[in-house]
Design a protein around this ligand. Structure first.
Ligand code: NAD
Ligand code: ZN
Length: 256
């Protein structure tokens, strides 16, 4: 594993540049860190969301059963905050990458929808989307915002509505994880960006990619749980590193 220098101007190793240039199938796994520069708290940083709230009191089916109003209101607060924020240069650079590589898929753990807002088309959302709701009983999905006096609002079946995100102890959306494993095992280049790589099963994806022969690159201001296994760790913020990476890629292409 090679750690490349910190903030400011990045230099990318010739090996990495040549792997990028020849890559046909590329996967990028993103986490909360990618949205940090848009002003959304990450989960595990000292200032993160979980520093002030206990996950077991808010993001579990048990918590919702016990206190649906409190859980709904916490998510309503997060939704309000998200309305004010915008994608940052990291999101936009990832959307551009879709146009450069023949096959590029984003796998995100984020629920904020910012990749879509930035223009990414091929996005697999592992943990759902904060803007949608679903029925706690019949699982019917509600994509539009819901106006209701009731907190939480109710489904036609009488069940309570909850945010369509994956809570602790819940299974990931059907098919999404299988697709993610398949793509990770069949790519030439894999990026792990802005994720602490501790939440399973997402954290196993870089490992699958590495075992299958992909060149694995991580972008994060600090080393993570998977730094030992990646080919390259680029220490820096995704909103600063990714645009420079795009630029380097374009220059490398023009040198042919
Ligand atoms: P995490 O909080 O565990 O880790 C965030 C990582 O981002 C850390 O390693 C941190 O060093 C890094 N980071 C901080 N600032 C960065 C920057 N500017 N550029 C690049 N990296 C930066 O987040 P995670 O690994 O995504 O944890 C997974 C869980 O967090 C998921 O369940 C996900 O749904 C949830 N989550 C989502 C959002 C969101 O949708 N924006 C926000 C918070 C948490
Ligand atoms: Zn229902």
């Amino acid at each position: 594993m090679q750690a490349v220098s910190t903030s400011g101007i990045q230099t990318f190793s010739p090996l990495f540049l040549s792997r990028m240039k020849s890559a046909k199938r590329v996967v990028a796994l993103t986490g909360a860190g990618v949205s940090a520069e848009s002003g959304i708290s990450t989960f595990r940083d000292p200032q993160g969301l979980w520093a002030n709230f206990k996950p077991e009191e808010l993001a579990t089916p048990e918590a919702f059963r016990k206190n649906p109003k409190m859980v709904w209101e916490w998510y309503a607060w997060r939704r309000e905050k998200i309305k004010e924020i915008k994608p940052n240069p990291g999101h936009y650079a990832l959307a551009e990458m879709e146009k450069i590589f023949p096959k590029f898929t984003l796998i995100t753990q984020n629920v904020d929808g910012l990749h879509h807002q930035a223009g990414s088309q091929h996005v697999l959302e592992l943990h759902g989307n904060l803007c949608r709701n679903k029925c706690f009983e019949c699982e019917k999905v509600f994509s539009e915002a819901i106006e209701s006096e009731q907190v939480p609002p109710r489904c036609d079946c009488g069940g309570l509505l909850r945010p369509d995100v994956v809570w602790f102890g819940e299974l990931l959306p059907e098919g999404v994880m299988d697709k993610s494993y398949e793509l990770s095992q069949n790519c030439d280049l894999f990026f792990s960006i802005g994720t602490s790589a501790v939440v399973q099963p997402a954290a196993s994806l870089p490992m699958y990619a590495k075992r299958s022969g992909a060149y694995v690159v991580e972008i994060n201001p600090q080393p993570t749980e998977i730094s030992y296994l990646v080919d390259e760790t680029i220490l820096g913020k995704s909103g600063e590193v990714l645009p420079q990476l795009l630029f380097a890629l374009a220059q490398h292409h023009s040198q042919d």
